[in-house]
Design a protein around this ligand. Structure first.
Ligand SMILES: NC(=O)c1ccc[n+]([C@@H]2O[C@H](COP(=O)([O-])OP(=O)(O)OC[C@H]3O[C@@H](n4cnc5c(N)ncnc54)[C@H](OP(=O)(O)O)[C@@H]3O)[C@@H](O)[C@H]2O)c1
Length: 303
C-alpha cells in the first residue's frame, strides 16, 4: 500500500511517498481504509526524534496518530464495529492507505471526513484541560493560541459552558476567534494590557496552547499566581511552577470525550476549520506548514 515514509530523524525533507506492507489487526484491533489522517505537531516532534523517551520510533516509520476511515478488517474479539462502519479516532501510522486504530468512535454522517479527523486530539485535549482548570459558568478564561487546533475547540467548549473567553491570535485570525464566541487580542509585547482591557473583570484561568514563552504574562494576568494556569506546550512550565498537562486520560474517557465532541460537531455546536489537504507524497509540505505554527485550521493528509 502507499504511505508517507521516513527512514531517519530530521527535517520535513526526510518524509517521502513510499510502498509498505499493509498492516493487519491483532486481537481487539480494527483496520480502516484511511479517508483522512490528521496532522498534529506531535507528528513532527516525533519526526525530529524529540519524543524518543516517550515513544520509540522504529524505521521505516510512518507518521500519523489521528485517523478517519472505513473499517475494512476486524481483529479477533471486536464486537462494537463492523466492516463498512465509518469511524474516527486514534491510530498508528495513519499517513497511509490503511491504518490500525487504537480508539475509535462512529463518525456522524453529517460531519465530513476532514472535519471529523480534526476532532480526536484537539477535542480530548481541550476537554481535559478545561477540566483541570475547573472552569465554571460565569468565569473568564484566557486562551493563548485561541485560533489553533486545540485553542479553537477550547474556546467553543468554554463558551458553551457559559464562560467568557479572551483569546490571543494573530490579526488574520481575529474574526475567526470572534466567530467562535471569544474576544480576540493580539499576542506579543503589550498583551497583558490588551487582555486586561478586554477582560476588566479579571481572568480566572489561563490555558496556554501555544507554548511560545507567554507563561510569565499568563501569571501576571492571574495576579502573580500560577493557580489555574495550565500549559500543553511550554517546556519552561516546570521552571515556572506551572502544570504541564500531557494526557494520561483513560481509554474509556478518551472514547466518551470523542463521542461527545463528535455529537457537538454533528449538531453544529463545535466548528472545525480545515486549512488544507495534502497527498501522501506531499506530507513534507504539511509538516512545514504545521511547524511554522500559523496554519489557519486543520491540516489533513488524504491518501
Ligand atoms: N500536552 C498535550 O496533551 C497536547 C495535546 C495536543 C497538542 N499539544 C501541543 O500543543 C501545541 C498546539 O497544538 P495545536 O495542534 O493546537 O497547534 P496549531 O493548530 O498549530 O496552533 C498553534 C497556535 O499557536 C499560535 N501561535 C503561534 N505563534 C504564537 C506566539 N508567538 N504567541 C502566541 N500564540 C502563537 C497560533 O496562532 P496564530 O495562527 O493566530 O498565529 C496557533 O493558534 C503543540 O505544541 C502541540 O504539540 C499538546
Amino acid at each position: 500500500m502507499k504511505a508517507t515514509v521516513y527512514e531517519e530523524f530530521g527535517g520535513p525533507e526526510v518524509l517521502h511517498g513510499g510502498e509498505i506492507e499493509a498492516p493487519h489487526p491483532g486481537p481487539g484491533q480494527i483496520r480502516v481504509q484511511v479517508k483522512a489522517a490528521g496532522v498534529n505537531p506531535m507528528d513532527w516532534k516525533i519526526r525530529h526524534g524529540w519524543m524518543q523517551q516517550m515513544m520509540k520510533t522504529e524505521f521505516p516509520a510512518v507518521p500519523g496518530l489521528e485517523v478517519a476511515g472505513v473499517v475494512d478488517e476486524l481483529g479477533e474479539g471486536v464486537g462494537d464495529f463492523a466492516v463498512g462502519d465509518e469511524v474516527v479516532g486514534w491510530g498508528t501510522a495513519a499517513y497511509a492507505e490503511h491504518a490500525l486504530m487504537t480508539i475509535a468512535a462512529k463518525k456522524p454522517a453529517g460531519v465530513s471526513w476532514n472535519e471529523a479527523v480534526a476532532v480526536p486530539v484537539a477535542g480530548e485535549t481541550a476537554r481535559r484541560v478545561l477540566g483541570e482548570l475547573g472552569l465554571r459558568s460565569g468565569e473568564t478564561l484566557l486562551v493563548l493560541g485561541a485560533a489553533g487546533a486545540v485553542g479553537s475547540v477550547a474556546v467553543q467548549l468554554a463558551v458553551a459552558l457559559g464562560a467568557t473567553v479572551v483569546g490571543t491570535a494573530s490579526e488574520a485570525n481575529h474574526a475567526y476567534v470572534r466567530e467562535l464566541g471569544g474576544t480576540p487580542v493580539a499576542y506579543g509585547k503589550g498583551q497583558v494590557e490588551r487582555v486586561r482591557a478586554a477582560a476588566p473583570q479579571g481572568v480566572d484561568a489561563v490555558l496556554d496552547t501555544a507554548g511560545k514563552g507567554d507563561l510569565p504574562d499568563a501569571i501576571e494576568v492571574r495576579g502573580g499566581t500560577t493557580d489555574r494556569v495550565v500549559t500543553i506546550a511550554d517546556m519552561d512550565a516546570q521552571k515556572l511552577g506551572v502544570p504541564f498537562s500531557a494526557g494520561g486520560t483513560s481509554k474509556e474517557q478518551q472514547r466518551s470525550d470523542l463521542a461527545a465532541n463528535l455529537e457537538l460537531a454533528a449538531g453544529g455546536a463545535l466548528r472545525l476549520r480545515v486549512a488544507r489537504t495534502y497527498g501522501l507524497d506531499e506530507a513534507a509540505d504539511a509538516h512545514r506548514e504545521s511547524e511554522a505554527g500559523h496554519a489557519r485550521g486543520k491540516l489533513v493528509i488524504v491518501p
